[in-house]
Design a protein around this ligand. Sequence first.
Ligand SMILES: *Cc1c(COP(=O)(O)O)cnc(C)c1O
Length: 445
Amino acid sequence: MAMTYPDQESRSAALYRRASEVLAGGSTRHTTFYSPYPVYAVSGRGSRVVDADGVERVDCLNNYMTLIHGHAHPEVVEAIVDQVRRGSCFAMPTEREIELAELISERVESVETMRFCNSGSESVLIAIKAARAHTGRSMVAKCEGAYHGCYDPVEVSLSASPESWGDPDEPAKVPYTVGLPERVMEDVVVLPFNEIEASRRLLERHAGRLAAIVVDPVPTRVGCVPMRKEYAEMLREVATRHGIVLIFDEVASFRVRYRGAQTMVGVTPDLTTFGKVIGGGLPVGAVGGRRDIMSVFDASKGKPKAAHGGTFNANPATMAAGAAAMRLLTGDAVDAINARGDRARERIDAAFEAAGVAGQAIGVGSLVMVHFNRRTLRNYRDVCPDANESRRIATLHRALLNRGFILGAGGLAAISTANTDQEIDDLADAIEDSLREMRLNDPGG
Ligand SMILES: *Cc1c(COP(=O)(O)O)cnc(C)c1O
């Protein structure tokens, strides 16, 4: 059983060579690729994943915040199998989509009506379409560094760096993809996250052209720094005054509170996007919110202002899996994983301290992010790792793979209801051990 990564003799390495013949870059997803090759999964159950070489690891990432109950939860599997036996998709709606919509709208007060799609990226795209159709405006404001999926306007400044990001009060618009049309950039305003006065000025300047403000209350690419309550209040006030649609992207952050991250900041958005946990492990996205805005999709009285189709929208297999997962995610379950998140942050901080390495774990609830610095982290520029910090996080990721733990390659942990307190303590011990090893190999660090 090969336990060292990397090992060019391993089955994962062989699979990657084979993949490189037929998949562009040998992969189909950036976040699951790392050099020199990614570890391939074969099976997962609860908190454990077995890889192509038979190595079992504790999964602290859970498909990047998706598997809120770990792998192959029996009730979720049963719901999927039961549905797929009856058919996996139809050119007809099913009762399943009503059930999941009821489960979500009962929890999230701001969701009056909603619609389903197949990914978080799509949910953001559809929410922006709704905002444009509702307001008749085209511009979108988003925060520097924040991730909202692969739609062009919200990718702007996703990877801004000190060389490109410009004035802190008026962040430069940095294209993420080569060839991004200039026109797309013209319709985007980049806000400095959590900076109230600077953001307010930018919003006021473009208010007459803004269709939407898109913001994530716990942006993972901004290091899981929580949105300040006062920042959310400012966004709400400006949006209301100028008729701008305030969109909370809760694709990831919905999990941090039973009724969504919006209850953490105490601000009601006009629209909310969902994904990840609401699909029970199958592909999903959804947008919900104010009935009058969502009515842009209403085709019952003729051609709607905005079209919204999709061959697999609300497919009953996803809806059944999502409903099973949501029923299991009670208020107590949310409290339990959030407590485990607190435990992880505390223990990981202690591990850094004990190993004598500068670092910290921050985040909200069950979302935990490891940083190789002791800075006060408020916005993207505070969080953005320098070359040394980036190198250390990559080294830690690899060291943990070799100690039987899966963490995001950028330092993210997303705790599921299947992760135990013991696993959290073992993770912290493995981090301490890894840090000591890193210090030995890199005394300057
Ligand atoms: C993951 C994520 C998305 C994109 O969702 P996909 O299903 O991967 O397309 C969008 N926004 C946020 C905040 C996310 O975490």
